[in-house]
Design a protein around this ligand. Structure first.
Ligand code: G1P
Length: 299
């Protein structure tokens, strides 16, 4: 029985330059999709997957995240006084229940690998999850829960995987599945778990080992910290988590899970807008009105 995953690391120190000027004075993780900030979706996903300890690696200008995940007694008292039960419930739901939260700071945004390394003392000698708030995943079963369920059978290290168009490989970590025939679509169907034989960060389409991309959900063993220690710079001049995983892979098992669900790249404007439409169409307050509006568009 593999050691259970009870801790999750949320690297939220990134600058969010792709959303400037919106992110000039506010963290990108606080951008709302309908009525909840991105950070809430990913925290809810972790809590639903059974995570008990949330570890945030923050940076400059990110205090709004800490305030957001905290109680707001004055606001609650005001809403209570005005009998606004719905809003009160939504407000209370925004504070993750039954978990502990720890914050540590990444002194400089040196890359995802460095951010995860900054959490090493808080994680200790245990397997842990990493969730990137930019990757918003809409699914019946939360993506991390799908992974933890699979992990509880097989242990090791695991990545969430989706198929992407070949021309997009330079935006992702890309894996080489074991037994790959070298063609596209080598990871089978959603729900499939497969062994990974190689991983590379942001390869050119011509050099990519497949079209199977890593989405921002990881289950990692603590030995990864040893390989992040050197903090060598990789693709884009950043300390890449992918590079440490590539080394770890030689010693421990690494699997990919073709999760079931749709991922929205909320690190890009277009992906963020798509997420707002997808979630907006399902929201009780906005669904019908948004559908009517879309029908009026002369596309
Ligand atoms: C990061 C990872 C990359 C992964 C991607 C998923 O890249 O380095 O391997 O595929 O997240 O969103 P970033 O989007 O931070 O450039």
């Amino acid at each position: 029985m593999p050691k259970p995953v009870t801790k999750a690391v949320f690297p939220v120190g990134g600058l969010g330059t792709r959303f400037l000027p919106a992110t000039k004075a506010m963290p990108k993780e606080m951008l709302p999709v309908v009525d909840k900030p991105l950070i809430q979706y990913v925290v809810d996903e972790a809590v639903k997957a059974g995570i008990e300890e949330l570890i945030f690696v923050t940076g400059k200008g990110k205090t709004a995240i800490e305030d957001y995940l905290d109680q707001a007694p004055e606001l609650e008292a005001m809403l209570e006084g005005r009998g606004k039960e719905d809003l009160l419930a939504a407000l209370r739901d925004s504070v993750p229940a039954g978990v502990t939260i720890a914050y540590t700071r990444q002194p400089e945004p040196l890359g995802l690998g460095h951010a995860v390394w900054c959490a090493r003392k808080l994680v200790g000698d245990e397997p842990f999850a990493v969730l990137l708030a930019d990757d918003l995943i809409k699914s019946d079963v939360p993506c991390l829960k799908q992974m933890i369920d699979a992990y509880s059978e097989v242990g090791g290290n695991m990545l969430a995987i989706m198929e992407v168009p070949r021309e997009d490989t330079r935006r992702y970590g890309v894996v080489k599945p074991l037994d790959s025939t070298g063609g596209d679509n080598t990871g089978g169907e959603p729900g499939d778990l497969f062994r990974v034989d190689g991983i590379v960060e942001k390869p050119d389409p011509a050099e990519a080992p497949s079209n199977l991309a890593v989405v921002g959900r990881y289950i990692l063993q603590p030995e990864i910290f040893g390989f992040l220690e050197g903090q060598r710079k990789g693709a884009g001049g950043e300390v890449q988590l992918t590079d440490a995983i590539a080394t770890l892979m030689d010693r421990q098992e690494l699997r990919g899970l073709r999760f079931e669900g749709t991922r929205y790249d909320c690190g890009s404007k277009l992906g963020y807008m798509k997420a707002n439409v997808a979630f907006g169409l399902e929201h009780a307050d906005t669904g019908a009105g948004l559908r009517d509006f879309i029908k009026t568009l002369d596309l």
